[in-house]
Design a binder for this molecule. Structure first.
Ligand code: ZN
Length: 160
């Protein structure tokens, strides 16, 4: 069965950066299950999986535009610590969700100097070329319920 829109695809993946450093991997754990054609995974990877079959193993190189985007300077902001009330102690690496003109974004605290906090709304992998090693573990039809929910149920997906 080929990978095409509305099918549930289960993959093992290893994600590396340009330097070959492993950023994320499903190896040794549960594989990832997603629904093809629903934007559940980065665009470049979804495109490369189209038409593949169970057992296929391949490498995909995804440019930033088809991955996690390019860095936008406008998404880096310095705000007074008091504007983050209720967040408790502010430390580098903490993350907040906030509504912006680009929609909901996750902001990461990248610096704290005195009373000022630097927040970066860019994805941590923005500007990075992504190198995926992929193994297609399974391809099956999605159930009507999975299509309605927009996510996979069972192994590798949601449990509810
Ligand atoms: Zn569900």
């Amino acid at each position: 069965m080929d990978i095409t829109a509305d099918r549930v695809v289960t993959i093992h993946y290893t994600l590396k950066d340009d330097g070959g450093e492993v950023l994320d991997s499903s190896a040794g754990g549960e594989p990832l299950a997603y629904i093809q054609g629903h934007g559940n995974i980065v665009t470049g990877l979804e495109k490369a999986l189209e038409g593949r079959k169970r057992g296929d193993q391949f490498t995909v190189v995804v440019a930033p535009a088809d991955g996690y985007g390019t860095r936008e300077a406008g998404l880096v902001q310095r705000v007074p610590r008091r504007s983050l009330q209720g967040a408790g102690e502010i430390r580098k690496g903490m993350q907040f969700q906030a509504n912006t003109e680009h929609g909901m974004r996750v902001f990461t605290v990248t610096g704290v100097v005195g009373d000022m906090v630097t927040l970066d709304g860019n994805h941590p992998l923005a500007d990075q070329t992504l190198h995926f090693d992929i193994e297609v573990v399974d391809v099956r039809e999605a159930s009507a319920e999975e299509l309605e929910h927009g996510h996979v149920h069972g192994p590798g997906g949601h449990h509810h």
